[in-house]
Design a protein around this ligand. Structure first.
Ligand SMILES: CC(C)(COP(=O)(O)OP(=O)(O)OC[C@H]1O[C@@H](n2cnc3c(N)ncnc32)[C@H](O)[C@@H]1OP(=O)(O)O)[C@@H](O)C(=O)NCCC(=O)NCCS
Length: 207
């Protein structure tokens, strides 16, 4: 079992009204300018509505936004558990400490990144050190590249010199993001239970 890039349930408690418009769901033009003004920050209790909406949106693509969510869990307890996971407190057996950060542009959540502080067997083969996702309406603007660049510095700060980054062999967008952030392909491995092999890259966390 890896610290989780896996399936989770959605908390049932949903806050009523969005505080601000969700990320644009219509296609966005390709980013032609400099690196976007993107902030990575911890999840907070104030994120309940927008983070749950992001979770539902990505779930439609079979990809979790909230990695360790439990159905019906009160949001404030969930946020505390995310913080515990970062601090390595009360981790389930076999899990490793991980930092979960929300990516925000102009006050709107556009994605998330999870930085595992070390590898276990599962992460070594499948999950890698860093997982990320950008909401569908926010893609193609360089956000994932900016998120991963920033996440590399977070990994460095928790003592990781080089990170393992993985993606499905047919996930060309993610492969491009990894390569733009200095990832060097190590190998492509079969994944038990999946038809799609996994690419494994290593990237330094310092320039
Ligand atoms: C993969 C993903 C993170 C890319 O996010 P993004 O914000 O659109 O990525 P960026 O805008 O930073 O794109 C980086 C590069 O990838 C290219 N790219 C993005 N999507 C692509 C696609 N589907 N096919 C080919 N290239 C693609 C971009 O053109 C850009 O290349 P460039 O730098 O040469 O212009 C996003 O599609 C996503 O969240 N997918 C679902 C979750 C997922 O797959 N996460 C990664 C798991 S390993």
């Amino acid at each position: 079992m890896g610290s989780p890039e896996g399936r989770v349930g959605l908390p049932t408690k949903v806050a009523p009204t969005p505080r601000r418009p969700a990320c644009n769901t219509s296609p966005m033009p390709p980013d032609t300018g400099p690196t976007p003004d993107l902030l990575l920050r911890p999840l907070t209790v104030a994120d309940e509505h927008d983070a749950l909406a992001a979770h539902r949106e990505l779930e439609a693509e079979d990809f979790p936004f909230l990695l360790v969510a439990v159905p019906g869990e009160p949001w404030d307890r969930f946020v505390r558990r995310v913080e515990d996971e970062r601090a390595g407190r009360d981790l389930p057996d076999g899990w490793v400490p991980a930092t979960f950060l929300v990516a925000e542009v102009d006050g709107v959540i556009v994605g998330r990144v999870s930085i595992r502080h070390r590898l276990n067997d599962h992460l070594e083969q499948v999950g890698g050190h860093i997982g990320y996702a950008v909401l569908p309406g926010c893609r193609g603007r360089g956000y994932a590249t900016a998120m991963l660049r920033h996440a590399l510095t977070v990994a460095r700060d928790v003592g990781v010199d080089r990170v393992l980054l993985t993606c499905d062999d047919d996930n060309l967008g993610s492969a491009r993001v990894i390569e733009r952030c200095g990832g060097v392909l190590e190998d492509t491995v079969a994944v038990p239970g999946s038809d799609v092999p996994k690419r494994r890259y290593w990237a330094p966390t310092s320039p």
